[in-house]
Design a protein around this ligand. Structure first.
Ligand code: ZN
Length: 162
């Protein structure tokens, strides 16, 4: 256990790399903070990023998250704004790296997702549908949305997960 002070607030102990979770506008937010920052500053950073990067793309009211996929897809692929927004959506539980219980958009046997690489899953059907229509609506090849009910892994992942 390190007792190094957090360089941002110079007040709290930075602590370890760990999962932090808190409530933001009625939504549970959860992500891994790193050891160079205290939990309080990690939370403030999330809130600042949310306000700065998502004025139109994500709205939260009455504990409900609405995502404007068309706006997100109009941002350049791999642009930092797009990536920040997508990582905020992971922290908000709208997107997930894990497949079980979630929705996947598939075209040509590939996981199609707004990051444009790797695998990313939607936790809500409405987002998978709205993303797929915006991104692939005009595609000349078939695509589909799948709900993943069972996953059998060759190796158990560590309890910490990712
Ligand atoms: Zn701090």
């Amino acid at each position: 256990m390190s007792d190094k002070k957090c360089p941002s607030c110079k007040k709290n102990v930075a602590g370890e790399t760990e999962i932090v979770s808190f409530e933001f506008q009625g939504i549970k937010v959860e992500f891994r903070k790193f050891g160079f920052q205290c939990a309080e500053c990690a939370q403030k950073d999330f809130e600042k990023k949310f306000i700065r990067y998502t004025p139109r793309e994500i709205s939260i009211s009455n504990g409900r998250i609405d995502v404007n996929w068309e706006d997100i897809l109009s941002l350049k692929k791999k642009s930092s704004k797009r990536e920040v927004i997508l990582f905020l959506l992971i922290d908000l539980g709208v997107l997930s790296h894990s497949s079980l219980g979630n929705w996947e958009v598939v075209a040509c046997n590939l996981n199609i997702n707004p990051l444009g690489g790797g695998e990313l899953f939607f936790t809500r059907r409405e987002d998978a549908e709205s993303f797929a229509k915006s991104d692939l609506g005009a595609a000349l090849y078939p695509w589909e949305i799948r709900h993943i009910d069972q996953v059998i892994k060759s190796f158990e992942e560590s309890a910490a997960g990712g």
